[in-house]
Design a protein around this ligand. Structure first.
Ligand code: ATP
Ligand code: MG
Length: 446
């Protein structure tokens, strides 16, 4: 029976004379005069193998996949505190010796392009792989938290006839004899499923944005953690939901991913920290960002900040860390011009034109927007009236309008970028590091 390297020490303590089998990749080889130390990597981590030079084992190279049998022994100098003294070794798959990338190396010395060019190999690096262990916990705990609150998971089409978030960053696809677009968000389908009577839904799936610029925060394909909930009155309820959801996700990451966090020198805020995260209106946030810019040496002092741009996001989080001891800020009440057509106005009447502000919000974590949400307009007439102002034609939105026409509860929701959340938890410099096979303007391979 195969044993994982993480269980080797326990096995050595319990039954030192029972032969064990281990298998994995050859992470490192060290020859020490007559003895060969091999670090074996499997899904559980790194473990040490000891081979006599005259063992008669077949030749193998770094990254080859091998299977060994031998007796375990405690050794406090070995990773995990034990080693396997190899009696027999089999090469299951020999790696070519010309590795383009040093899998066992220090990745801080390797540029992002080289890491991404050799992605299938760089993902073997334990530190890089740990990013995706953390991401797994994020996705799993997002879903678990919502399922516990009676949300249903949905999967909706990624091929759409039109835009949901604004028209400029769409990818067009040939669909038989017509043109379709890759979905920018599952927004309208989420709303349809609230109105279908499920009331509370979430979706974890890819979305596509034809962002032309190359920034450390944009991917052209990313995983959206989306939710939508019926029978809410205001975005403030959504902010509280997100605060608790983040507390759950961070708690699970702290509980399950200690070594992964340690590999990146990272930590997550606790629930008591999140409870202190302030909510500022868009107007207050802009004013504060400008005040912060005036006292901040890194900010370009001459230019006024007119929007919650990346610079403002950085300044707001610095302010919150200083004043509230937490690197998270919610900004609400965005002006209508900054939000999609379906955003609910802040004024009482609920009709479009009733106000210039909206029941919308962003969450900014460690200097980066990680989510956007809002209460949505559920009044049919108000949406029909608003669509042309956003360059949209009611006749092209028949499916969506049907949702509103035949009885739709007040509702709202938000979407968290999975890669951005991963990036900020671990302190990664670029969001591409949090995507297994990132797509950007130039990169479509591997
Ligand atoms: P930004 O202003 O930073 O470009 P956005 O406001 O256009 O983002 P939304 O439409 O609000 O993005 O999307 C909801 C969330 O999805 C964002 O808060 C972010 O976490 C994530 N997200 C949006 N665009 C991207 C992208 N191109 N790459 C990675 N994540 C993204
Ligand atoms: Mg946004």
């Amino acid at each position: 029976m195969r044993i994982l390297v993480k269980d080797m020490a326990a096995a050595a303590g319990k039954q030192p004379d029972a032969e064990l089998e281990a298998a994995g990749w050859v992470h490192r080889i060290r020859d020490m005069g007559g003895i060969r130390f091999v670090i074996l990597r499997d899904r559980s981590g790194l473990g040490q193998l000891v081979l006599a030079e005259d063992s008669g084992a077949p030749a193998f190279t770094l990254e080859s996949v091998i299977r060994v049998r031998g007796l375990p022994a405690l050794n406090e100098k070995a990773p995990g505190g034990a080693e396997l003294r190899v009696a027999s070794l089999e090469v299951l798959s020999r790696a070519a010796p010309d590795l383009p990338y040093q899998v066992n190396g220090d990745i801080s010395k390797i540029g992002l392009e080289a890491i991404l060019d050799n992605r299938p190999l760089s993902l073997r690096n334990p530190k890089i792989r740990s990013v995706f262990k953390v991401q797994d916990t994020i996705v799993e705990s997002f879903a678990a938290y919502l399922r516990n609150r009676d949300f249903t998971e949905i999967k909706t089409s990624k091929l759409t006839a039109g835009s949901t978030e604004g028209g400029t960053n769409l990818f067009q696809v040939d669909y038989f004899d017509r043109k379709l677009y890759l979905a920018q968000s599952p927004q309208l389908y989420k709303e349809a499923m609230v109105a279908s009577g499920l009331e509370r839904v979430f979706e974890i799936g890819p979305v596509y944005r034809a962002e032309k610029h190359d920034t450390p925060r944009h991917l052209n394909e990313y995983v959206s953690l989306d939710l939508e909930i019926g029978f809410i009155e205001s975005e403030l309820e959504l902010i509280e939901l997100e605060r608790e959801l983040l507390a759950h996700i961070f708690g699970e990451v702290a509980r399950k991913n200690g070594p992964d966090l340690a590999a990146w020198g990272a930590s997550v805020p606790g629930p008591e920290d999140l409870a202190r995260a302030p909510t500022l209106s868009y107007e207050e946030a802009l004013k504060l960002a400008n005040e912060e810019a005036a006292r901040d040496k890194k900010a370009s002092a001459s230019s006024r900040i007119f929007d919650i741009n990346p610079e403002a996001e950085r300044l707001l989080c610095e302010w919150s860390r200083r004043e509230h001891g937490v690197d998270l800020v919610f900004v609400n009440a965005f002006p209508r011009r900054h939000r999609p057509f379906y955003t609910y106005p802040l004024a009482e009447s609920g009709k479009s034109g009733a106000g210039t502000l909206t029941m919308s919000f962003d969450a900014i974590f460690r200097g980066l927007e990680i989510s956007s949400g809002s209460r949505r307009q559920h009044d049919y007439d108000a949406v029909v009236e608003a669509l042309p102002k956003f360059g949209l034609k009611p006749e092209n939105m028949a499916g969506y309008l049907q949702i509103l026409k035949y009885g739709c509860p007040p509702h709202g929701g938000f979407a968290l970028g999975c890669e951005r959340l991963t990036q900020k938890i671990l302190g990664l410099g670029n969001v591409k590091e949090a995507s297994l096979f990132p797509r950007d303007r130039r990169r479509v391979e591997p």
